[in-house]
Design a protein around this ligand. Structure first.
Ligand SMILES: NC(=O)c1ccc[n+]([C@@H]2O[C@H](COP(=O)([O-])OP(=O)(O)OC[C@H]3O[C@@H](n4cnc5c(N)ncnc54)[C@H](OP(=O)(O)O)[C@@H]3O)[C@@H](O)[C@H]2O)c1
Length: 282
């Protein structure tokens, strides 16, 4: 028991359903510009040690910059966990294969660690997924998954897929606690990953979180990220500020008490900073 507790406190990676180890904490780079901004952010993430994980997407327009920044660290490719995503206009079997190749070239890498369908499109999810499976079977990507998928998007995919999605990346934070989807994903061995974990910064003034921060001697951001990773959910906070990147990475040296885990979950307000997956207009 003690050993398991120690592991929970210190584990920095989690094992996906295909055996691949994925860092519990990564760096989101949405809205981070190519060049110096990315170079500094990714260098800082690498300096934090462990197994740096970067979350980008073709639609972020910065895959080239991410690739450049990774190379500039001088670290070998395999010391990074790299995620990118298939954009909505690239759904379909052939289009997915082409979009993947375009992303891979922009990133300038041989393989991608995790490739996600960025948003569900019921009509084409299965075809796109077939292409994802091909990329996986060819070893071009170490794991494949989805993003913004609700249960009714996952179910039809699970009926026909040859390879189970390894990850579902969704908006998840104390104001949007998707317990049922989390349970569903766990039942199907799909790892949940939290995007906008700080609700784009909007959570940082919450009075309960501020109080807990004082109690544990941690920042609000650290309290939130600890709450997420302590549920064995991966988190990808975004920051371009080196001190914040370091702060966000330092969540493996303390543990929230069960009553505080519940208190944070009770902040749920069912509000989102991104679109609802069924009501997006892009
Ligand atoms: N799959 C999807 O559809 C989807 C959708 C949205 C986001 N994402 C992914 O999730 C990542 C994170 O989400 P997000 O960018 O929406 O928002 P977020 O990580 O919840 O919040 C980012 C904001 O919080 C600030 N911040 C970060 N750490 C902080 C700290 N320790 N103290 C104070 N402020 C802090 C950042 O400021 P500075 O940068 O100025 O430091 C930035 O303004 C994205 O970058 C992207 O990779 C995926």
């Amino acid at each position: 028991m003690k050993k398991e507790e120690d592991r929970r406190l210190t584990a920095r990676t989690i094992t996906l359903n295909n055996g691949v180890e994925m860092p519990l904490l990564g760096l989101g780079v949405w809205k981070v510009g190519n060049g110096e901004e990315l170079i500094k952010a990714i260098q800082t993430a690498a300096d934090c040690g462990g197994y740096p994980s970067i979350d980008t997407a073709s639609v972020y327009g910065n895959e080239e910059g991410v690739g450049e920044a990774i190379r500039k660290t001088g670290l070998p490719r395999e010391s990074f966990f790299l995620t990118t995503k298939l954009w909505n206009t690239d759904h379909g079997y052939e289009a997915t294969l082409q979009a993947f190749e375009a992303s891979r070239k922009k990133l300038g890498v041989e393989y991608i660690d995790l490739y996600l369908i960025h948003w569900p499109i019921q009509e084409t999810n299965r075809e796109s997924w077939r292409a994802m499976e091909k990329l996986y079977s060819e070893g071009k990507v170490r794991a494949i998954g989805v993003s913004n998928f609700l249960e009714h998007h996952l179910l039809p995919l699970l009926e026909t897929c040859q390879v189970q999605p390894a990850v579902n990346q969704i908006e998840y934070h104390p104001y949007l606690v998707s317990d049922e989807l989390h349970r569903f994903c766990m039942e199907h061995s799909i790892q949940l990953e939290a995007y906008s974990p700080l609700m784009r910064g909007l959570l940082l003034d919450d009075s309960v979180l501020l109080e807990l921060g004082k109690q544990y001697g941690k920042s609000v951001s650290q309290i939130i990220l600890r709450w997420i990773v302590q549920q064995n959910i991966i988190a990808v906070p975004k920051s371009i500020t080196p001190s914040r990147i370091r702060e966000n990475a330092a969540v493996f040296d303390f543990e929230l008490q069960p009553e505080d885990m519940k208190r944070i979950a009770s902040l749920h307000k069912n509000v989102r900073s991104s679109a609802h997956p069924d009501h997006r207009d892009f």
